[in-house]
Design a protein. Structure first.
Lengths: 447, 338
């Protein structure tokens, strides 16, 4: 038995140092090992860490891009301990402290995707090679998301996708370095199904107009699966060129097709134009087979609702998130964003803000910026308090699973922002699916 | 049969817009010899005249939604409705047709300013330089509009009473499914009236005679002591008005956005090339012809045989015309043939 009574001050200090060294040993062999590891844009020797926000600043989705950028700036502000903290106060679990990420002040650079895959890749590449970003995020198109996600995998820099709704993003084109918080077409279909059955029954004849690119194809497929599952017939599915402007030549065949439902797999300007013109051709007031003709827009956004105006009233669709949600997380974000900019955030802004916080939190959890370890923290991460209820970043495909909103164009808006009325908050369990159905391969952690 | 009839109407309607833009382009090229790539921007500006007029008429009193505290949410009640009740609502409802009052003087002024301020300095430059400068101008105009109005399309509806469809099937004793939007019928009629008016002006007035003579031989007309340059400046203003009116009337069909001019410009240049550079009749005929071809190529029956033909038909026709008849369908001999 040792004689502790005779310990002097020097002995205590020696023992303390020994304990401290022993206790810190795992950190030396793991954390510092990652820090020492050479990876793309390792910020360990810098007092700041740079994030890249690659959004459409020109082109048809510039307004959506501007809203994404506002959200990113707000997220950076909150991460750096400025402002009211927004969703950092409601996110659970959270290791964010408001002192940057891992003690490093967050800086950012921006790029313009122009909603073109080649421009978005060039912009992301510049951010990675010239500006030294450790993560990049943003975007308003699935084509762009898939293109830059591939680049992220090649260069070993994490990409936290913005607005992308194609099944392919976390399906056949999924990548280890790409993560999507936004919902997808499959989830839209699953959420819409029960509402369509309740409102429109099981005997319908649907006609699809579909934007001719990855997002349109996968949405058409997912909605067809849902409606045919309900017992509906698909009269015809017609691909339309992106940016067609005048859709009259695609709408007139519907008049004589025997269809009683039009499903517009269009987004943004195309949706605004095709819906406006479909209403002008009298489709919304038409009766076919003894039923009222119905129009469905499976993916909605507030900006689209603003563009479509009165034509949108009563038309069903889905959104990822809406500012009118009353949960603590949504309200904290709306308060923060509204106070900063004077209007409520869009769903694109919401997803970008959440993605930034999730990435920062994953770095804190990993104790490093080393991408493979950050990725492992994001994979399978369960969280709450960010709107949409309890959410999981599924490890198998990097798709977030959460409640989905079924909405309709508001018949009687109380303000200029009250354009979409929430019809139903469809629980996460109803929109989940097996990750293997879309194939694809995430690829390696180490690149 | 119904489908073919509807596609014919679609083609004529679309062709009407192409023809109006191509007519202005041809007037400018024929008189001033300028290839004006900013012409699409004039079409877009016309549509934004309708938007601006609508905004002017709907200047509103804002009633705050007190339930929202984080930002200013309000419901707008236009002053016209407050002051004049139903009559005020009716004026707002008719904002697009009424915006013609704003469009004509605005577009004339824009046209004259554009010609005097920029285009005239490039008369003697090469076509490549003209294309570069006018294309640059188009981008500047487009970005100015985006700055003030945003990138999102702005709903600009037709008056309620004509916002639905006309039962043309019942009129013609055909299927009751055969309906066509009233506003598109109005647009087609409007485009025919404007085209006729431009031709009448050029054929039946002294001014028009001078312009036509100038298009044939500018130097000879100048030698007769006529100030051709001044006349041609007015022609440029006229072309701007025609493009502006085409855009203004198109606003209810296609909610205006800052890029809409560029979408139409490319197609309209193809129309001009197919019709024959400098030929007014060619531009109009090719506008309607290509509009109809594009509509028929979109028929499901055609697309099932030739997938994607709807997206390339216009360019395919242009290629064939350029290979077999470089001066276009009605182009003057020697123009664009070297």
């Amino acid at each position: 038995m040792s004689d502790t009574k005779n310990w002097n001050r020097r002995d205590v200090m020696k023992a303390g140092a020994a304990f401290a060294a022993a206790g810190a040993a795992p950190m030396f062999f793991t954390k510092d090992a990652w820090a020492a590891k050479d990876f793309m844009n390792n910020p360990s020797n810098s007092s700041t860490v740079t994030l890249g926000f690659n959004v459409p600043q020109t082109g048809a989705y510039a307004d959506e891009g501007a809203d994404e950028l506002r959200a990113f700036k707000l997220a950076v502000k909150h991460l750096n301990g400025e402002g009211d903290g927004g969703m950092m106060n409601t996110m659970k679990p959270s290791m964010l402290k408001g002192n940057g990420i891992l003690g490093k002040k967050v800086a950012y650079v921006t790029g313009d995707t122009q909603t073109k895959s080649d421009a978005a890749r060039a912009s992301a590449k510049r951010m990675i090679e010239k500006d030294g970003v450790i993560m990049f995020s943003g975007g308003s198109s699935s084509g762009v998301a898939i293109a830059v996600q591939g680049l992220a995998q090649e260069m070993g820099v994490v990409f936290m996708a913005g607005l992308t709704h194609s099944n392919d993003t976390t399906g056949k084109d999924k990548r280890r370095y790409g993560f999507r918080h936004f919902f997808n077409a499959k989830m839209s279909g699953s959420a819409l199904g029960p509402v369509l059955k309740e409102r429109m029954g099981t005997d319908r004849n649907a006609y699809h107009l579909t934007a001719d690119y990855t997002w349109g194809w996968t949405q058409e497929q997912s909605i067809k699966e849902t409606t045919e599952g309900l017992g509906w017939n698909t009269a015809k599915a017609v691909k339309t060129p992106v940016g067609a402007g005048d859709f009259s030549q695609y709408i007139t065949p519907i008049l004589n097709s025997g269809a009683d439902t039009l499903i517009l797999n269009h987004y943004g300007k195309d949706m605004i134009n095709s819906l406006t013109q479909a209403v002008q051709f009298g489709l919304r007031d038409k009766q076919v087979n003894g039923k009222d003709f119905q129009i469905i827009v499976p993916l909605y956004s507030r900006l689209m609702a603003q563009g479509a105006g009165e034509n949108l009233k009563g038309i069903l669709g889905t959104t990822n998130w809406n500012w009118a949600l009353t949960d603590n997380g949504s309200q904290a974000f709306v308060k923060s964003f509204g106070s900063e900019y004077g209007f409520p955030p869009s769903q694109a802004a919401h997803t970008c803000y959440v993605q930034t916080l999730l990435y920062a939190n994953a770095c804190e959890m990993a104790g490093t910026f080393y991408p493979p370890e950050v990725i492992k923290q994001l994979e399978g991460f369960n969280f709450d308090g960010m709107g949409n209820g309890k959410t999981e970043y599924r490890a198998a495909d990097h798709q977030c699973f959460k409640d989905v909103l079924v909405v309709e164009g508001n018949q009687n808006p109380s303000s200029q922002f009250d354009l979409l009325k929430i019809v139903k908050e469809v629980p996460r369990s109803q929109v989940e699916y097996d990750a293997s159905i879309f194939g694809g391969d995430l690829g390696p952690y180490e690149v | 049969m119904d489908a073919i009839f509807l596609q014919l109407l679609n083609g004529l309607d679309k062709g009407g817009a192409y023809a109006l833009i191509a007519l202005g382009l041809t007037l400018v090229f024929g008189t001033l010899g300028v290839v004006n790539f900013a012409h699409g921007a004039l079409f877009m500006l016309g549509a934004f005249c309708a938007v601006s007029f609508q905004k002017l008429l709907t200047i509103s009193m804002k009633v705050r939604d007190e339930s929202i505290t984080f930002f200013e949410a309000y419901k707008e009640v236009p002053y016209l409705e407050i002051w004049f009740g139903d009559f005020g609502s009716m004026i707002i409802d008719w904002s697009v047709p009424l915006s013609i009052l704003l469009t004509i003087p605005t577009m004339l002024l824009i046209g004259l300013a554009m010609e005097r301020g920029l285009i005239k300095h490039f008369y003697k430059r090469t076509h490549a330089e003209q294309i570069l400068v006018t294309f640059g101008l188009a981008i500047v105009v487009q970005e100015v509009i985006r700055h003030f109005y945003g990138a999102n399309p702005i709903p600009t509806p037709a008056p309620d009473i004509i916002s639905g469809s006309a039962p043309i099937g019942l009129w013609l004793g055909l299927s009751e499914n055969l309906v066509y939007p009233w506003w598109r019928i109005i647009y087609l009629t409007f485009s025919i009236i404007i085209i006729t008016a431009v031709f009448a002006f050029l054929q039946l007035t002294t001014f028009g005679m001078v312009v036509r003579a100038g298009m044939q031989d500018r130097e000879m007309v100048a030698m007769l002591g006529i100030n051709v340059e001044r006349k041609f400046t007015i022609v440029f203003g006229m072309a701007a008005v025609v493009a502006g009116l085409a855009g203004m009337m198109y606003a209810p069909i296609l909610p205006p956005d800052y890029h809409m001019g560029m979408d139409f410009l490319v197609l309209s240049f193809v129309v001009v090339v197919v019709g024959g550079m400098g030929s007014l009749r060619g531009a109009v005929a090719a506008g309607f012809l290509l509009g109809i071809l594009q509509s028929f190529a979109s028929l499901n029956e055609i697309k099932s045989i030739l997938p994607g033909i709807d997206q390339i038909i216009i360019y395919l026709v242009a290629v064939v015309i350029l290979l077999t008849r470089p001066r276009g369908l009605m182009g003057r001999k020697g123009v664009m043939e070297d």
